[in-house]
Design a protein around this ligand. Structure first.
Ligand code: FFO
Ligand code: GTP
Ligand code: MG
Length: 459
């Protein structure tokens, strides 16, 4: 590892005047630097690891005293970086710290890059990548809650969960390899099936749990995302205007009026909700409308709660059901609009078609039923388990997990279609590698560089 060759140094405390300021040095030259510049008050033969010594930093040539200090040496591998580390605790003067740092540079250390101490801790295996990121999140946390999660992440729970998932995939891969190596033995067919439920329970389920934890945390932090969806002309934009109590979105009797997503923050009993009016969902040849429809689908994917709007003054259409089929995994409230007109839909039919979705009748035109709808939304969001998960992935982890799900779905598909073990094995390797990016085993150099560049110098 090129790392053990370089000795790095940095001021570890914030810039400016303080009570105490610390210079931290890590690498093979540490002991020698300590010997040359630290003069302990009581003579000693050598510095004991993890002991705090009182003394002075002196200039190695003219022996002039630079500062009165305390130092601690932490010998490899029992230190933050797993290398020899020396900390020099000086009086908190920027000038003193600069002089001490320059002394160490003169004696062969080089200036540390941002995050380089933590990067070394990662490269030496003290921390996995998710823990290294936690260190960054601890430093950058703006709220107590963010701090709490970052602290938990530093304990390594996320890494442990990923390890359990990967262990299961590894076991599966080993199993596949047996099947590849001994193709004449037909044993693999039946046992392969037995793996499907294991992949479901031990791989997909925990990954989905992590993704849920992410969205839950986001809801509490930034407010839930609520998408208003349905086929054209059912009154989605009218509903948005009703909820906002202002004429925000254009309403016309022409189907296909809304194209761009219109997003506003709604406040229901103090709960922030990011509500989005979307283009009516239908197949269209119109290029601009088609883009709107595509954006609507993207918003639905992102949404925590969906208001599926249906025009009750018209018979239930095939389109309504098709939309429902596509979004039924989501948390939905069925909004029956235009209830001021003669209804053309039988409630019994609705209950049957839309399983047990909560139903609210409204008239967006006359503002009727809006309070009831707000109450339903509020209780729906509250009623969900809003207790905080014990640990949550970051945005980077979430993106990796989503890619992992795609890979695992390909594994499932390959298995269901009875594809050869060689083929399945390639997909399993892919899933393993993707998940490895969370803990830093398979993370590309670029991403590592990006992550550590966000740190400050000295961390
Ligand atoms: N003064 C100081 N405070 C600090 C740090 C530091 O490096 N120096 N840290 C970071 O910047 C954090 C603490 N992290 C650390 C992690 C490991 C070790 C360490 O020496 N571990 C050894 C010995 C443990 C023991 O005594 O039993 C080991 O695990 O082997 C030190 C600090 C926060 N506070
Ligand atoms: N009678 C009645 N008409 C309504 C009601 N809500 C909306 N409308 C009318 O239905 C038409 C379509 O309303 P919009 O709000 O533009 O419908 P939309 O779903 O946003 O339509 P697109 O953006 O085209 O998908 C307009 O003429 C509205 O005035 C309602 O509750 N009752
Ligand atoms: Mg509209």
């Amino acid at each position: 590892m090129p790392y053990s060759e370089d000795t790095i140094a940095a001021i570890a405390t914030p810039p400016g005047v303080g009570g105490i300021g610390i210079v931290r040095i890590s690498g093979p030259l540490v002991e020698e630097i300590a010997r040359r510049i630290f003069r302990p008050k009581k003579p000693i033969s050598h510095l004991k690891s993890h002991h705090f010594y009182y003394g002075h930093i002196i200039h190695p040539e003219n022996e002039e005293i630079i500062d009165e200090v305390m130092v601690v040496l932490m010998r490899a591998p029992h230190s933050y970086t797993c290398e020899d580390v020396l900390e020099i605790h000086c009086h908190g003067s920027p000038l003193v710290l600069k002089q001490v740092l320059e002394l160490s540079l003169k004696l062969g250390a080089r200036l540390a890059e941002p995050g380089e101490f933590t990067k070394r801790a990662f490269l030496h295996g003290r921390l996995d990548l998710s823990q290294a990121e936690a260190v960054l999140n601890i430093i950058q946390a703006r709220t107590e809650r963010e701090l709490q999660f970052a602290t938990r992440q530093l304990q390594g729970y996320l890494g442990q969960e990923i390890k359990r998932i990967r262990d299961c995939l590894r076991e599966f891969k080993a199993h596949l390899e047996v099947a590849i190596d001994f193709p004449e033995e037909e044993v693999e067919i039946a046992p392969l099936d037995a793996w499907l439920p294991r992949i479901e329970n031990q791989v997909l389920k925990p990954i989905k749990g992590l993704l849920q934890a992410y969205s839950k945390a986001r809801v509490l932090r930034e407010g839930a995302i609520m998408a208003i969806v349905g086929k054209p002309n059912v009154g989605k934009s009218s509903l948005l205007n009703c909820l906002l109590k202002e004429d925000k979105a254009i309403v016309t009797s022409i189907p296909g009026t809304t194209r761009d997503i219109i997003e506003e923050v709604l406040n229901i009993n103090g709960m922030p909700i990011r509500v989005a009016d979307t283009a009516g969902l239908r197949k269209t040849k119109h290029a601009i409308e088609a883009i709107g429809v595509e954006r609507a689908w993207e918003k639905i994917a992102e949404a925590d709660i969906v208001l599926l709007v249906i025009d009750v003054s018209r018979p239930l259409g095939k389109e309504d059901k098709e939309i429902y089929e596509k979004i039924k995994e989501k948390d939905i409230i069925l909004v029956l609009n235009k209830s001021d007109l003669t209804p053309k839909i039988d409630e019994k039919v609705l209950k049957k078609e839309f399983k047990d979705l909560p139903i609210v009748h409204i008239s967006a035109l006359y503002g009727q039923g809006i309070e009831k709808l707000e109450k339903t939304i509020y209780h729906h969001l509250l009623g969900r388990d809003v207790s905080m998960p014990s640990f949550i992935p970051t945005l980077r982890h979430k993106q990796v997990l989503e890619r992992a799900i795609e890979a695992i779905n390909r594994i499932k598909e390959a298995m269901v279609n009875g594809l050869p073990a060689v083929f399945i094995s390639v997909e399993v390797k892919e899933a393993l590698d993707i998940l490895g990016e969370i803990v830093g085993e398979t993370t590309s150099e670029d991403i590592l560089e990006y992550i550590f560049s966000q740190f400050c110098i000295g961390k």
